[in-house]
Design a protein around this ligand. Sequence first.
Ligand code: ZN
Length: 223
Amino acid sequence: MSTDPYREWDAAYLLGALSPAERREFEEHLATCPACAEAIAELAGVPGTLRGLDAETARALDEHPVPDTLLPRMLRVAARRRRRVIGAVVGAVAAAAAVVALVVPLVLGGGVERRELTLEPVVPGPLSAEVTLVSHDWGTRLDTHCNYEIRPERPGYAPDDDAVAYAMWITGRDGSSEEVATWTAAPGTSATPSATTRLSPSEIAVVDIRAVDSGDVLLRARP
Ligand SMILES: [Zn+2]
């Protein structure tokens, strides 16, 4: 029979009753243990298995991550299966918000790809950016967080004087190249432009942020 030492950790995990170290340990185990991963999916009321989740379902879960019935079901199961968890029930309502954060990345791990990129400077400058690639069945959404470093104060200085137009360019592994977003940023501001491309994350070879005026590549990442 099963000798899996993690077999009974699922409810405690979903209730937020594990210590941070235990949680990490369990998440590492989940990546390698389909049985535990499916137990989590089942407890969370998630239709389908983690492995078999299609992109459409995953997107729906992304938007409505946790069913209303989740908490009562989890509490029932926890009471039945793990006495020690009862003590955590008082904190469970507060933990419900954390459950959303815990469950969604796991579920998305099955069907939707999410990849975080930090763009590296190609030329020295005040700009930094992170991009999250989110796969969809139609292509990829790129959620960008772009920071323009704050300049020292000086008399009469107006940041808008230095507002610069930027563009995001995607180069595909097929050699295609396209501009997918433009925006402006002034010193001390941040921008969160979103872009889309028909390419899947694995088809994207290069993500660039360029200055619109000069066309110079300022930041670059290779997913
Ligand atoms: Zn397991």
